[in-house]
Design a protein around this ligand. Structure first.
Ligand SMILES: [Zn+2]
Length: 305
């Protein structure tokens, strides 16, 4: 998390000077290993491009390979001897989904401040680019749109359809009676706690953590999310319908199995696609995503002193 020492709204990243002496916010990255660079370089470059094309010229943010790499992605993080800062991009293997810390601190080397890309063999190239663009949003400091405190005004969230729901039910049945917080609650109430509170999700239902409202997680950007206006259903920072479901539906697009969806202006069930398009090549940051980033990383016109 940001330490508050930087110039950004949340303390990250530090303001820098570009080659011409203009102020900007550089987010520097490097790769963990040469293998990670070999595998992910093109995906990362394209994901950065999705953001930069949307942000230019309105924001001072720039995501760049660390200057000490001199344009060569194969110069890995551990080869950078300078005490300047970066976030590390690593390969997390084939299982699970990609992840990133939200925001990062330029002043301390926190090992949790990294971006882990996964699923290289399981997904198409264009899907990986969307994945990575989503994770870069976290690195900039953006949270999930579907974890906003007011999300229930806009979305249907069916916790019971999440992957891990049956395991959570079993765990609560087996061990719930010895949980002091569950005294006096029936099974459904206990399961509801596992869907909505941090402690119980961590204990019984870790898959639900990415759906718990931010106000119950105590993250520093909560207040900002409250003022965000109408929910951005096309956001690059929202989860797609069926993204984390427990069972494969018999028919494609079966909303009975969906964990997250909404009702459109005609009151019809509507699917959510991360980045606003079923086709990943066309998905990307929305205007609202861009507005948020501009708020976090404004642009300076003037030259530095
Ligand atoms: Zn995410």
């Amino acid at each position: 998390m940001g330490s508050g020492n930087g110039d950004g709204v949340f303390g990250w990243p530090r303001r820098g000077l570009d080659e011409a002496g203009y102020n900007y916010y550089p987010i520097f990255y490097c790769f963990d290993t040469v293998d990670a660079a070999r595998q992910w370089e093109i995906v990362v470059t394209k994901a950065i491009e999705k953001w930069q094309l949307a942000l230019y010229p309105y924001s001072g943010l720039r995501i760049q390979l660390h200057p000490y790499c001199r344009g060569n992605s194969y110069v890995t993080c551990n080869q950078i001897r300078s005490p300047t800062d970066w976030f590390k991009i690593e390969d997390g293997g084939g299982e699970g989904s990609s992840s990133s810390s939200t925001g990062y601190d330029y002043y301390e080397r926190n090992p949790y401040e990294k971006l882990t890309l996964r699923g290289y063999d399981a997904r198409t190239h264009d899907m990986l680019v969307v994945d990575c663009a989503h994770e870069l949003g976290h690195t900039m400091g953006l949270g999930h749109e579907h974890q906003r405190p007011d999300r229930d005004e806009w979305l249907e969230f069916h916790c019971n359809n999440l992957a891990g729901a049956s395991a959570a039910h079993d765990d609560i049945d087996e061990n719930g009676d010895s949980d002091i917080d569950f005294i006096g609650l029936n099974h459904d109430q206990r399961f509801d706690m596992a869907c909505t509170t941090r402690d119980k999700a961590e204990r019984y239902f870790p898959e639900a953590l990415s759906y718990i409202k931010y106000e119950y997680l105590g993250y520093p950007w909560t207040n900002f999310e409250k003022d965000a206006g109408a929910l951005d259903v096309d956001s690059i920072m929202i989860y797609s319908t069926w993204q984390a479901i427990d069972e494969e539906p018999d028919e494609e697009n079966d909303f009975d199995y969906a964990e997250l969806f909404y009702y459109d202006e005609h009151a019809n069930l509507a699917a959510i696609y991360q980045g606003g398009n079923l086709r990943p090549l066309l998905a990307g940051p929305t205007r609202r995503n861009v507005m948020r980033v501009i708020y976090l990383y404004p642009k300076w016109d003037g030259q530095a002193d």
